[in-house]
Design a protein around this ligand. Structure first.
Ligand code: RBF
Length: 170
């Protein structure tokens, strides 16, 4: 992917919709907790900076990234406008990590296709811990920040679609 110098925390504030009144659920994996805690901090800080109230952010943990799919599928049923799924899978000695990544990626994509609440993909998949640190508040910013901005944009997208709904009927 052409992401060599892409900083995950860089965004144009002028393109970020007003997040006042938005409710966001965050599901975070405990595995690689040193990384996922940073993703969570980034996501929460960016949501709050953008106008989401602290009490409108619901955080639940799951044991590992594989459980993010179930966690997100339950969280979408809560009173939230978007769900952010945060996890970190680091390449191991066996192909196990690839099965986890495939399962989570497919599961979260499927959730977006079959239900109404946007689910944001906050899974870091790296070859080693250093690459993960780079993307969790390090050299390349914080994937949690990127997910927070994406969540706000997707809630705004849905609000716009819903407010234009009568004009979209045939
Ligand atoms: N969960 C993660 O979130 N990140 C990992 O890098 C990760 N590596 C794993 C490696 C092995 C060998 C196993 C058995 C599990 C790993 N898990 C990891 C946990 C996984 O997501 C899940 O919680 C467990 O497999 C139980 O379903």
């Amino acid at each position: 992917m052409a992401t060599k110098n892409h900083n995950l925390s860089d965004y144009d504030i002028n393109t970020v919709p007003d997040a006042t009144g938005m409710k966001v659920g965050i599901v975070v994996a405990e595995w690689n907790e040193n990384i996922t805690a940073e993703l969570l901090n980034g996501a929460k800080e960016t949501l709050i900076k953008s106008g989401v109230k602290t009490q409108d952010i619901t955080v639940m943990t799951v044991p590992g990234s594989f459980e993010l799919v179930y966690g997100a599928s339950q969280m979408v049923k809560a009173d939230v406008d978007a769900v952010i799924a945060l996890g970190c899978v680091i390449r191991g000695e066996t192909p196990h990590d690839r099965y986890i990544c495939q399962g989570v990626t497919y599961g979260l994509a499927r959730l977006n296709a079959v239900q109404d609440v946007p689910v944001i993909y906050g899974l870091i998949t790296t070859l080693d811990m250093r690459q993960a640190e780079d993307r969790a508040g390090g050299r390349l910013g914080n994937k949690g920040d990127e997910c927070a901005i994406t969540a706000i944009k997707m809630v705004d997208f849905k609000r716009k679609i819903e407010s234009n709904a009568p004009r979209m009927t045939f």
